[in-house]
Design a protein around this ligand. Structure first.
Ligand code: FAD
Length: 530
């Protein structure tokens, strides 16, 4: 079986097992495992793979308690191990308890057509079937707490938040939210039952599920959640001030329950206050500053295809950057100059001279320093330029939609998705992060031709950006203060989120509406800008 036939790749948020890794992975493990033994030639397995990937994505943050894996029995090297584990039909689903012995061949469950929600609930049940002796090392308690345990916590100071989810006995929301928050520090989630009358009385809870929040400073309140859905509860708790994703980049020792707005900052830059629902021109200007003065500087000369890509980029920004002003003047001048040159080859120094000197004389200049605002990181090296580049291109897709004729007579008007095509070429050619460029190019070559109009263009970039967010959540480039998560969060746009068969889905019409507003000219703030 060639790689082309494989249903899962390293990019998927699950573990791909093989004959040599199966036993060492699932036996004596600190977490439980759920393994799909499939065959890449079985039609049902092919159909089911998208569900399995979506499940793995849905429970990615549960990994330390229960992990999702696959093993391809159609691969020759796996024939023996599939036989040893008695796999007769495909797909076969098995789970392995945490700390199971090497002799364990797993417990089979029926599941070939199970929906995500039902597998997810099965995973919760698997966890709860553990005993005290083999309980997964990093899995918090999933049993409900009683008023006797919870009420004494009221009014007590702590170094973290405690969220109490009160729910009906058959609800899975509480346990799912506990597991969703497994990778986060600064908040502990406990569940309690709607049958616990003293608790309901004390907390004045009348609807279920509800979440009651005990703050570190001993105050406590009912937490308003727009929609009583798992995703809303989890998102809200993850974005409490001081709650952080446990990042591999930061020692996890003491950052636990900080509640200030700026835990663990290690930057010498002064902090600039900002609102997450605004877009800051200072970030866009800094993007251009970095791009023109740093990123481009690594190219001594611009010629041929590179020069054409750079010209197109400058034209795009000159035509679509909202609000006029210095930036547009600079980019227009740069664009006119580039177009007027008969040369096929321009030394980079000439571009820099124009940006730095000639423009300054005529009073048009780009900020001479980087000033991150919405793109500030909790320490140097996080966020900044890549954040601002995404922001710039989101703004340009929205502006192209708002001013459809802006690109006329530029040579770009013939393309179905001019902003994305220019972005794709720029990223491929100039963006310093080579691996990012490769990923982006892969995505573009797979799906960009489906973009038919300006609305698709806005949504394609949003969707692609979210795919990157999913992939990078918890990675080294994830700033614990701004953890990567599906965006916009429910607190930015609650109508963007819905649930279908227990699984989170986007309301794309509302997302589009939100993006137009968020990245639209009237939401740009000039604060901290020159
Ligand atoms: P960013 O992801 O940079 O987002 C910036 C801001 O955009 C957020 O603060 C939020 O306000 C908003 N936002 C977030 N999601 C969306 C969305 N879906 N739609 C609209 N707006 C949104 N890093 C890697 O390690 N590996 C890669 O493969 C990789 N690929 C990249 C590809 C491109 C084209 C770019 C520009 C960057 C890439 N990066 C990659 C960098 C990475 O995506 C982040 O930009 C970087 O880690 C900084 O993250 P951040 O927290 O500032 O948020």
């Amino acid at each position: 079986v060639g790689t082309a036939a494989r249903l899962y790749t390293e990019e998927d948020p699950l573990v791909i097992l093989s004959s040599s890794s199966l036993k060492p992975t699932v036996s004596n493990s600190s977490s439980a495992w759920l393994v799909q033994f499939y065959s890449s030639w079985c039609g049902h397995c092919i159909q089911y793979s998208s569900t399995w990937k979506a499940l793995a994505q849905d429970v990615k943050d549960w990994q330390q308690a229960v992990s999702v894996a696959v093993l391809d029995c159609a691969q020759e090297e796996n024939f023996d191990v599939c036989k040893e584990f008695s796999i007769k039909f495909y797909p076969t689903f098995k789970y392995f308890r945490a700390h199971s012995p090497e002799t364990d061949r797993g417990t089979t469950y029926r599941g070939a057509d199970r929906e995500i929600q039902s597998v997810r609930q099965l995973m919760v049940n698997i966890l709860q079937n553990h005993t005290k002796l083999d309980w997964p090392d990093h899995c918090p308690p999933l049993e409900p707490h009683s008023s006797v345990e919870l009420l004494p916590l009221l009014g007590q100071r702590s170094d973290h938040y405690t969220a109490i989810i009160v729910e009906e006995p058959d609800s899975y929301v509480g346990r799912e939210v506990i597991l969703d928050l497994l990778q986060y520090s600064g908040v502990e989630v406990k569940r309690a039952l709607s049958s616990d009358l003293p608790l309901l009385d004390a907390l004045k809870i009348t609807t279920f599920p509800s979440v009651y929040l005990l703050h570190p400073n001993a105050s406590h309140t009912h937490l308003h959640v727009e929609k009583k859905l798992r995703f809303f509860f989890s998102s809200l708790l993850r974005t409490l001030p001081g709650v952080q994703r446990r990042s591999k980049s930061i020692s996890s020792s003491s950052s636990g329950g900080q509640t200030g707005a700026l835990p663990d900052r290690q930057s010498t830059e002064p902090w600039r206050d900002f609102h997450r629902w605004k877009v800051y021109t200072a970030d866009l200007e800094s993007a251009l500053h970095y791009l023109l003065r740093v990123e481009l500087a690594t190219h001594n000369t611009l010629e041929g295809e590179e020069l054409k890509i750079f010209k197109d980029f400058v034209t795009l920004v000159a035509k679509l950057y909202p609000g006029g002003g210095s930036v547009v003047k600079l980019m227009e001048t740069l664009s006119d100059w580039l177009l007027s040159l008969p040369l096929q080859r321009i030394p980079y120094q000439a571009v820099l001279d124009l940006v730095d000197n000639k423009m300054r004389i005529s009073g048009v200049f780009l900020g001479a320093e980087l000033r991150w605002v919405g793109c500030q990181g909790s320490r140097t090296g996080l966020r900044g330029y890549p954040c601002s580049l995404w922001t710039l291109f989101h703004v340009l897709t929205v502006q192209h939609d708002a001013t459809p004729t802006a690109l006329e007579n530029t040579g770009l008007e013939g393309e179905a998705a001019p902003v994305l095509q220019v972005m794709r070429r720029y990223i491929r050619t100039f963006f310093g992060c080579e691996q990012c460029g490769r990923h982006f190019e892969q995505a573009a070559s797979a799906t960009l031709d489906r973009v038919q109009n300006r609305e698709d263009q806005i949504l394609w970039l949003w969707n692609q950006h979210n795919r990157v967010n999913y992939r990078l959540a918890g990675s080294l480039s994830d700033d614990p203060l701004f953890p990567k998560a599906p965006w916009p969060s429910p607190s930015l746009c609650s109508s963007c989120h819905e649930e279908k068969n227990g699984v989170h889905v986007w309301n794309q019409d509302n997302v589009l509406h939100f993006l137009r507003q968020h990245y639209g000219a009237s939401n740009l703030s000039p604060k901290y800008s020159l």
